[in-house]
Design a protein around this ligand. Sequence first.
Ligand code: ADP
Ligand code: MG
Length: 472
Amino acid sequence: MIATAENVWNECLSFIKDNVNNQAYKTWFSPIVPLKISGDVLTIQVPSKFFYEWLEEHYVKLLKVALVKQLGSKAKLLYDVRIDNSHSSKINNITIPSSGRSFTKGVKVNNYEGSKEFKNPFVVPGIQKIKVESQLNKNYNFDNFIEGECNRLVRSAGLAVSSRPGGTSFNPLLIYGGVGLGKTHVAHAIGLEIKEKHPEKTVLYISSEKFTQQFIDSIKSNSRNDFIHFYQMIDVLIVDDVQFLSGKTATQDVFFHIFNHLHQNGKQVILTSDKAPVDMQDIEHRLLSRFKWGLSAELLTPNFETKVSILNSKIQNDGVVMPEEVVNYLAKNVNSNIRELEGTLISMIAQSSFNRIEYSLELASSVVNKFVKNEKKEMSIDRIKEVVSEYFDLDVQVLQSKTRKRHVVQARQMAMFFSKRLTPSSLANIGAQIGKRDHATVLHACKTINNLSETDKKFKQYITDISNKLNC
Ligand code: ADP
Ligand code: MG
């Protein structure tokens, strides 16, 4: 039989077919076109650089075995990357030598990374002109992203990246922090800023869930290559909430390749996550290590001053006038995150306008109680001391002092009683934290309160009230 490229490749295929599942065969081997054979070298055409990378990553050993069987131990495989799109069927004439990782024997290894010509195979007339809707929300911009200690690093890194997308060492820029602290907001703000400063750049914002869904759809509709091509074309890719990729290995795999392509070509990647990279679970190591290449910047919870600024900015936007003490009250009492701070404010404004009442501390306190109530806060002895002191109108210092005044003693005993009931702390530990008493004092306090709550109506009421305030 004459050793044409086609014959050799067909023989390889029949071997490959026996060694991979049908789906993989269809996806990764059927689209390959054998181009030519010269000596020990078979040239095959693949639809994209991604395709080539995938083969090298997953099937290089199999390809080697198949090819060596046909062409002997000096077999060499060359890839020809074809750019397929409807506007132009131009063949990108760059031949990439196999990286040679497994084709070691007698193979001249050309370093593919060094192949400059290959830098961007997608500069093909037509394809670059595709307009991509950025999916950016104009309401999340830098102008209304209030600066504070909590976001200084993220903000300045974001601005640096906006000035020179792909050109700083902050690539990828990974922004992480708890829920409601502004990750999505700042991610959009960076995207918008880039569009403003570099209108020619293709920017895309996407949540990792949507990305996953698109990838799954692309498999279903057999358009995986289009999916990949599309993402490889983006100049600035913003992926929100990458923690949702955890456990999704196929999506992580495809994202890994897209990421590599973008990174190698000097494109900017911006990621957000609710966890620091070290705490991310079920994300492949190689992807995690990529996440750490650039800068990981954390968004922290805002301090009092920043919360006041955020509230004032939103109040001003809504054209509302609110007394300073009310604003301060909200800032002081909503401690979870900025989304909740906003929610409380919106609720205040709604209550006030529906019921035609003034912005007062009473209104603020009732809204805060209602709003923050459903959130089960972590119980701590500190919190119990605060709530009990406030309820009895005492200073926490007084509660912990040596005084034997009856009402203070009762409040102190109450704090001990709740600490025993609501925290896992030992009697000794509770005593140590409430006025440096010993464990016997705490035990006595618990018994006393228990007895009183059964015999004294007033006491029973205290306990109900404090329980409510503690949200339990
Ligand atoms: P995350 O994505 O971290 O859960 P978001 O970006 O959705 O949080 O932010 C929650 C809300 O808080 C949004 O409405 C956002 O506009 C607002 N927000 C967050 N940070 C700031 C800030 N620094 N200044 C003004 N508003 C902020
Ligand atoms: Mg978010």
